[in-house]
Design a binder for this molecule. Structure first.
Ligand code: CS2
Length: 478
C-alpha cells in the first residue's frame, strides 16, 4: 500500500503541551505563522505547538484530523514548486461546537500566546474609527452569555478565567491586516472588558500585551484542483494543503508579557515600532491588491497574475505607487520604497500563484479604509489629488452594485453587501452621495471634501461609460 500522509506524521507525545492557541485557522496562518513557529521550534526548541481554533465551521478540523493535524505547505515560485510538511498543530477545535474547550485551552497555564487571523470583520469594530461596535450581534451575545461567539469575546472571557485562576495573561498576537493591529485589538478588548467588569479591564490594561505586527505572504484559497496538484507533486494525498508564494515577512513589536518562540532565529523582525512597516505594507501591497481586485475583476481578469499580464494594469499600479502612495509614506528605516514596489510587481506577476481577484475583492467595506482611503485623505490634506486610488474606490462601488460590466451578476461578499447594493442609483452623483454617507467606512475628512466628491463622481461616470480597463489606461496617461 502506498504510504498515506497519516502514516508518517509526527504524533505529539502527551507531555508535549501547546504554547499557542490560534483563533481563525485559515490558509494564511497555516502557510505563514505556523511555518515560522515550526521552524523556530526546530532551531531553538520550546513547547510552542499550536492549538488551532476554527471560529465558524468544522471543515478544516475534519480534513486535518485523519492526517494527525499535519499538512503540506507548497511553495510556488515561477521556476518551480517545493513542498514542506508542517507538523506544528496539536489539535483543532471548532468553537461553535465546544466553546468551553476553546476557553479552557486559552486559559491553560501552558498557553502563553493567543494569536489571531480572523479577518478584518472578525474584530467587531468600526473600520473608520477602530472602536468596538457595541451593537454588533455577536458582541451583544457575548455581553449576555458566558460562552462567547466573537474573537474579542473569547479573549475577554479567557483572560477573565486566567485572572480568576491567578495566572498571568497571555500575549495577544494579532496577525490581520489592520493598521496598528495590536493597538486596535487592545482597544476593542478593553472596551468589551469594561462593559463586563471594569476591574478586569484594568487588569488587562496593566498586565496584558498586544504587540502590533505586520504580516506578509500571498496565500490564495486552496481549491479542489490544488489538492490533485499537491498529491501529484508529493505523491501523497493531503485533504488540507496550503499553497503560498516564496516571499514572507513578519515584523513584530517587541512587547510580550510572557515567553515566546525564538522568532528572531527564523528571520522575524522584532522592532520597537511596527507602524511604518504596517503603513507601507497596507498601502503599497494591500492598497494596490484591492485596486487590482476591483478594476481587474470588472475588466474580466480572474486572477492577479492574469491582470498583471494585461499591459495596462502593471503600468496603472506603477502610477499609483509612484505618484499617490509612496509620497504619502514615511518609509521604515533602510527601506527603499521604489525597490519595494518593484518587488511587489514581480510577486503579483508570479504565474504559479492563482490568486482570484474575487477573493481579494471580498469585504471591501472593512478593507478600504486602511488600504486606500487613508492614503487619499493624506494626499488631499496636503492639497494633492489621488486620481488612480479614487478610480479604485469607484470600481469598488461599481463592484458592490452586484452587476459587472457585461451585465453579469457578481457574488459580492461583504458584511455590508445588502446595504452597499441598495446604494447604487441611476446617477453617479447620487450613488457617490449614498456611499459617502457611510461613516463607518469613509473618514470624516473625505466625507466633507467636495473636491473628492467631484473626483469620485467623475471616476464613477467614466467607469460606467467606458469600463475599468479603459479608465485605468486613461489614468496612466494622466
Ligand atoms: C489580500 C491579502 O485577500 C486580500 O485582501 O490583499 O490577503 C494579501 O494577499 C496579504 O495581505 C499578503 O500579505
Amino acid at each position: 500500500m502506498e504510504a498515506g500522509l497519516h502514516d508518517r506524521v509526527y504524533h505529539p507525545p502527551a507531555q508535549d503541551p501547546a504554547g499557542i492557541v490560534h483563533l481563525g485557522l485559515g490558509a494564511f496562518f497555516r502557510a505563514f505563522g505556523a511555518v515560522y513557529i515550526a521552524e523556530a521550534m526546530a532551531i531553538s526548541g520550546g513547547d510552542w505547538g499550536i492549538i488551532g481554533v476554527s471560529l465558524q465551521s468544522p471543515g478544516t478540523r475534519d480534513r486535518l484530523r485523519p492526517q494527525g493535524w499535519a499538512y503540506t505547505a507548497l511553495e510556488l515560485a515561477p521556476e518551480g514548486a517545493r513542498a514542506q510538511t508542517v507538523t506544528v498543530l496539536r489539535d483543532v477545535l471548532v468553537a461553535p461546537e465546544n466553546p468551553r474547550a476553546v476557553l479552557d485551552a486559552m486559559a491553560a497555564p501552558t498557553t502563553h500566546i493567543v494569536s489571531l487571523t480572523v479577518t478584518e470583520k472578525g474584530y467587531c469594530h468600526e473600520p473608520a474609527t477602530g472602536r468596538l461596535r457595541a451593537d454588533h450581534p455577536d458582541i451583544l451575545h457575548d455581553l449576555a452569555a458566558a460562552l462567547p461567539k466573537s474573537a474579542p469575546g473569547y479573549l475577554v472571557r479567557a483572560l477573565e478565567l486566567r485572572r480568576a485562576q491567578g495566572l498571568a495573561p497571555f500575549t495577544v498576537l494579532c496577525c490581520d491586516n489592520l493598521p496598528e493591529n495590536g493597538r486596535v485589538l487592545r482597544g476593542v478588548v478593553l472596551e468589551l472588558a469594561r462593559l463586563i467588569d471594569p476591574s478586569l479591564a484594568e487588569w488587562i490594561e496593566t498586565q496584558g500585551a498586544f504587540p502590533s505586527t505586520m504580516v506578509d505572504r500571498i496565500v490564495p484559497a486552496t481549491t479542489e484542483a490544488d489538492l490533485a496538484r499537491v498529491a501529484d507533486l508529493t505523491g501523497r494525498p493531503d485533504a488540507a494543503p496550503v499553497l503560498h508564494e516564496p516571499f514572507r515577512q513578519w515584523v513584530v513589536e517587541d512587547r510580550f508579557c510572557g515567553p515566546r518562540p525564538d522568532f528572531a532565529a527564523v528571520g522575524v523582525q522584532m522592532v520597537a515600532d511596527v507602524t511604518p512597516f504596517e503603513h507601507m505594507k497596507l498601502r503599497m501591497l494591500n492598497g494596490t491588491h484591492s485596486a487590482l481586485a476591483y478594476l481587474g475583476y470588472l475588466a474580466g481578469h480572474e486572477t492577479v497574475s492574469d491582470a498583471m499580464a494585461d499591459p495596462v494594469f502593471p503600468r496603472f499600479l506603477s502610477q499609483l505607487w509612484q505618484h499617490e502612495i509612496i509620497p504619502s509614506l514615511a518609509p521604515p528605516e533602510g527601506v527603499d520604497l521604489v525597490a519595494y514596489a518593484g518587488a511587489l510587481s514581480a510577486r503579483y506577476a508570479n504565474p504559479a500563484i492563482r490568486h482570484r481577484t474575487w477573493q481579494i475583492a471580498m469585504d471591501g467595506s472593512q478593507k478600504l479604509p486602511q488600504r486606500i482611503l487613508g492614503t487619499i485623505a493624506d494626499r488631499r490634506a496636503v492639497g494633492c489629488r489621488a486620481p488612480g486610488l479614487t478610480l479604485a474606490v469607484a470600481a469598488w462601488m461599481r463592484y458592490a452594485s452586484g452587476k459587472g460590466e457585461r451585465g453579469d451578476r457578481i457574488e459580492v461578499k461583504d458584511p455590508l453587501a445588502r446595504q452597499l447594493a441598495a446604494l447604487w442609483c441611476e446617477t453617479p452623483a447620487d450613488t457617490v452621495a449614498g456611499f459617502l454617507s457611510l461613516s463607518e467606512v469613509f473618514p470624516t475628512s473625505l466625507r466633507q471634501d467636495t473636491g473628492f466628491t467631484q473626483d469620485l463622481t467623475l471616476a464613477l461616470t467614466g467607469l460606467t461609460g467606458f469600463g475599468a480597463r479603459a479608465m485605468a489606461e486613461r489614468a496612466i496617461h494622466g
